[in-house]
Design a protein. Structure first.
Length: 197
């Protein structure tokens, strides 16, 4: 689930880049109305952030979905192990018969073994794809829930940008005054609790 962190961090980086581009590439000559608008809004421009690691640790829906994915992954592993055991049993039977087989029976056994390998690989690929699709759906759903919450949250707060922060991200300084992590976690958990009722 670190992919959601990477995705949100990348999105945040892009937004900051757009912000810097818009700030530094503005035309040299500004109309009187634009100067007045800039002067009025300059003091109101605020950016907030939330800690993505804390969110992942404390957001109940995220933890439930992570647990669900792990359960699905365990079921997939069990299914593949059972399939592998049945193939190994059949292979042992073929090997035991090996010395008494004629050439056509030996070739048929080799074809059967090749088909078993192919079926196993196909099943493994199908299960992997299913799991990845589910993970992507969960990440999209989590991202949408965060975005929906922040849209409502920001109606009252009036931030220009709300970024996600994670250690190692190219953010060299953060003022804890603008840390809204606890608000985000509390709000998201409240929304999730209401959905579960």
């Amino acid at each position: 689930m670190r992919n959601i962190s990477t995705y949100i961090s990348t999105l945040s980086l892009i937004l900051v880049g757009v912000l810097f581009y818009l700030h530094f590439s503005s035309p040299k000559k500004e109309s009187a109305a634009a100067v007045k608008h800039t002067a009025e809004t300059k003091g109101d421009f605020r950016i907030a952030y939330f800690d993505i690691d804390s969110l992942q640790t404390n957001y109940e829906y995220f933890k439930d979905m992570t647990s669900q994915i792990k359960t699905k992954e365990t079921a997939m592993t069990s299914q593949l192990s059972a399939l592998q055991l049945s193939y190994q049993k059949r292979l042992k039977e073929l090997q035991d018969k090996g010395p008494g087989m004629n050439q056509s029976e030996g070739e048929a056994a080799e074809r059967e073994y090749a088909q078993m390998q192919q079926k196993y690989q196909q099943r493994q690929a199908a299960l992997d794809q299913e799991l990845k699709k589910h993970q992507m759906e969960v990440m999209t759903d989590v991202r949408n829930k965060i975005e929906e919450f922040l849209k409502e949250y920001n109606k009252e707060k009036g931030y220009a940008f709300i970024l996600s922060y994670e250690p190692g991200f190219m953010l060299y300084y953060k003022d804890s005054v603008y840390d809204i992590t606890n608000d985000v976690i509390s709000g998201l958990n409240g929304n999730y609790k209401n959905l579960k009722k």
